[in-house]
Write a new protein. Structure first.
Length: 421
């Protein structure tokens, strides 16, 4: 192979031959340029290892992408590493064989620290990640997880008869990979296109007044803070995670307001809930060292809903319902009392509801007076079905007229938006 003083004009003039030709540089031993029969010109380095004297070839890159100066500098670094006892060519091959991406266990840990913990997302999500996802895919690169892997994971849960768990697992895995996409860890989600398994349960359960009374009475006999949380769910219609994660700093007891920050709501919008005397009576004595209102015995967010719910069902005799049904019961009960749909939607902090489409774009009125009157009306209704003394008291409407009188007259107790009828 010829040895030349490599210069840019010389390299430009080199023409391809019938076989690969390597032109070695006179000024840097081991550095050269390979010209292929197709005319491709590539900078290379050849050296012998320091231990077994094996000949190695290290490809630096193509001419054009690399200049002669940058290629010579890169070659010097390779040769210096070889003098230090390293084998740059072997290390490069090992990197190519290594799967691209990050080990899924490390990514899940990052997900917990950066996303789950700041948002106080419950133990159920963490439990699914720790007990289902990690044992199945531990040690694998996250980029290697395919749609088939996720489908097989969910199908295995379905096969053991845990349909509800299969649906929750898919939701957790999908949220995890969506977070990974947002962080640039993966390009696409392996959950894309997968259909959640049917739980076989219709999500339209609404408790009757008798059922609601039985649920609330027995719930308050169970250990705190489960009972007060259930009662708060039934009075406010808020989501379980929002009530269980309530913090003292969110409450303004002088103004009777509970402000849920955007980071703790499903809609990622801050939300205000009016507090009635019945709700305030559920609040425990404040411990200045405890930020959570309904803390568990361990001082953390209460998470033992599954075990307590079994005891609750046995005590109340009401079957086939879940805690989220209380939210639907509140919405339905308010409608029966004459609360306008758009006001109930505001109380429940629905993403979309009675006011939607172009109207929702321009409608920014929060109906605070109407919401306050409606939630007081509902609170009095709950007190009434529980047989409490103040259950028959009608909450005043926005104009001072009792809402109960308006309901009896068949009128909406709250002002209707003329655009929605």
């Amino acid at each position: 192979m010829p040895t030349l003083k490599l210069t840019k004009p010389l390299i430009d003039d080199l023409r391809p031959q019938a076989t690969d030709q390597v032109y070695w540089d006179q000024s840097l031993r081991g550095f050269g340029l390979k010209v292929t029969p197709a005319g491709r010109k590539v900078f290379i380095v050849m050296y012998r290892t320091t231990d077994d004297r094996r000949l190695r070839k290290y490809t630096l890159g193509p001419y054009g992408v690399m200049t002669l100066i940058s290629a010579r500098t890169a070659a010097q670094k390779v040769l210096l590493a070889r003098l230090d006892g390293q084998d740059p060519a072997a290390e490069k091959q090992a990197r190519r064989r290594r799967p691209v991406g990050l080990e899924i266990g490390a990514v899940i840990q990052q997900y917990k620290l950066e996303y789950l913990q700041p948002r106080e997302i419950g133990l159920e999500t963490v439990r699914i990640l720790n007990r289902i996802v990690l044992p199945l895919w531990k040690g694998r690169q996250i980029s290697s997880i395919s749609r088939t892997d996720v489908r097989d994971c969910i199908e295995a849960i379905v096969q053991r008869g845990a349909l509800a768990m299969a649906g929750r697992a898919l939701t957790v895995i999908r949220a995890f990979f969506n977070w990974c996409i947002g962080r640039g860890i993966v390009e696409t989600s392996p959950c894309r296109g997968l259909i959640p398994p049917s739980s076989g349960r219709s999500r339209d359960r609404v408790l009757s007044d008798d059922e609601l009374a039985a649920v609330l009475r027995t719930g308050m006999t169970l250990p705190d803070p489960y009972g007060p949380i259930v009662m708060f769910l039934a009075l406010t219609g808020q989501r379980r995670s929002e009530v269980a994660g309530m913090r003292w700093e969110e409450l303004d007891l002088d103004k009777n307001l509970w402000t849920i920050p955007a980071r703790r709501t499903k809609t990622r919008r801050g939300h205000v809930v009016h507090l009635t005397p019945k709700m305030k009576a559920l609040l425990p004595d404040r411990d200045e060292e405890q930020p959570l209102v309904f803390a568990s015995a361990q001082g953390k967010t209460f998470q033992y809903f599954s075990a307590m719910k079994k005891r609750h069902d046995a005590a109340s005799g009401v079957k086939g319902w879940v805690l989220h049904d209380l939210r639907r019961t509140v919405a339905t009960g308010m409608a029966a009392l004459g609360v306008a749909p758009h006001v109930a939607d505001k109380i429940l902090n629905h993403q979309s509801g009675a006011i939607s489409g172009i109207v929702a774009v321009y409608q920014r009125h929060e109906f605070m007076n109407e919401r306050k009157a409606a939630i007081e009306l509902w609170s009095n209704h709950v007190a009434a079905i529980l047989g409490e003394e103040n259950g028959s008291q009608a909450a005043p409407g926005p104009t001072g007229e009792p809402l109960g009188d308006k309901v009896e007259k068949g009128l909406s107790p709250l002002r209707q938006d003329p655009r929605i009828g």
